[in-house]
Ligand binder design. Structure first.
Ligand SMILES: Cc1cc2nc3c(=O)[nH]c(=O)nc-3n(C[C@H](O)[C@H](O)[C@H](O)COP(=O)(O)OP(=O)(O)OC[C@H]3O[C@@H](n4cnc5c(N)ncnc54)[C@H](O)[C@@H]3O)c2cc1C
Ligand code: FES
Length: 271
């Protein structure tokens, strides 16, 4: 059940590449949040609290046990994310969440290999995935972390400590392999599988489209976390719709990213 509360900023850290990590005192939301779900954040000024912006719940604090706080990782794009960089410990924000449908996490017993694919700030939902997955599944998980340059690769050390394997890819070759993140992903998908596989992807639209096509062509299950501009975040404004791949009729052509998503089966939507 989503909570609408005021949350204190506990920490704010600049990560580089125009990205920041912000910790919020929001235990009721942190306890409920599943990987891929998001919160809507409103600025502290009462006149601005209704204009909110969506951010993935990135990580829970502490790492294990009952969560007391949550973190978001965000990139500065425009007015509101720029204002967020000025929040200091003690600033109060309006926080609504957790919202949306998150990733389906395969059961520990299923032996499934998980391939996470992140483009830049698209890495944001994956720390929570690894925290919720548990040690065995995290050990069977490979993260393909891509960006334009090395500064775009977020939380690399944190991921290396918790993930079975981390494959870095940059377009300029400043870290890891040179190229697009879909290169090593395609190579892995073409290698003999170790067992059942599932791909979870979050990042820019062109990357999601390419990941979806790679997986659909090989019949590998794939979940995509989509981003759309959002006004309400809870299904009321219809501002966030995307097209279904196979609508059954005119009334079935679109789905709302905020409520039916943001995570979709790649067979469901056209990213
Ligand atoms: C479900 C969901 C989860 C999200 N999770 C995160 C997250 O964890 N971390 C994060 O940093 N962002 C995340 N986003 C995106 C984030 O909500 C936007 O970046 C933010 O709303 C921008 O607000 P702004 O007021 O700073 O920019 P605006 O003033 O609204 O936009 C400024 C300019 O930047 C462009 N722009 C805005 N957002 C983006 C974008 N995402 N990509 C490219 N161009 C953009 C606009 O078109 C405009 O030209 C998520 C979005 C959704 C829908
Ligand atoms: S953001 Fe309002 S319906 Fe999705």
């Amino acid at each position: 059940m989503p909570q609408d509360l005021r949350a204190r900023v506990l920490e704010q850290e600049e990560l580089g590449g125009g990205c920041f990590r912000m910790r919020l005192d929001a235990a009721p939301i942190a306890r409920e949040a599943r990987a891929g779900q998001f919160v809507m954040i409103g600025l502290p000024d009462p006149a601005e609290t209704l204009v909110r912006r969506p951010f993935s719940v990135a990580r829970l604090v502490p790492d294990t046990g009952e969560p007391e706080a949550l973190e978001i990782v965000y990139k500065v794009y425009g007015r509101r994310t720029r204002q967020m960089t000025r929040f200091r410990p003690g600033t109060e924000v309006a926080l609504l969440g957790p919202l949306g449908r998150g990733f389906w996490i395969p059961g520990e017993a299923e032996g499934t290999e998980v391939l996470l694919v992140a483009g830049g700030i698209g890495a944001a939902p994956f720390p929570l995935f690894l925290q919720r997955a548990g040690k065995d599944l995290a050990g069977r998980t490979t993260l393909f972390l891509g960006g334009g340059t090395r500064d775009d690769l977020l939380l690399v050390d944190w991921f290396r400590e918790r993930c079975g394997e981390v494959v870095l890819v940059t377009e300029d070759g400043s870290a890891g392999e040179r190229g697009l993140v879909t290169g090593p992903l395609a190579a892995r998908l073409d290698a003999p599988p170790r067992g059942e596989r599932v791909v979870l992807a979050c990042g820019p639209r062109p990357m999601l489209r390419a990941v979806a096509e790679l997986c659909l062509a090989r019949d590998v299950p794939c979940q995509l976390s989509l981003e759309e501009r959002m006004a309400c975040g809870f299904g009321a404004c219809l501002g966030c719709v995307v097209e279904r791949r196979h609508p059954e009729g005119e009334f079935d052509r679109y789905v709302r990213v905020c409520t039916e998503g943001p995570v979709f089966d790649a067979r469901e939507v056209l990213p």
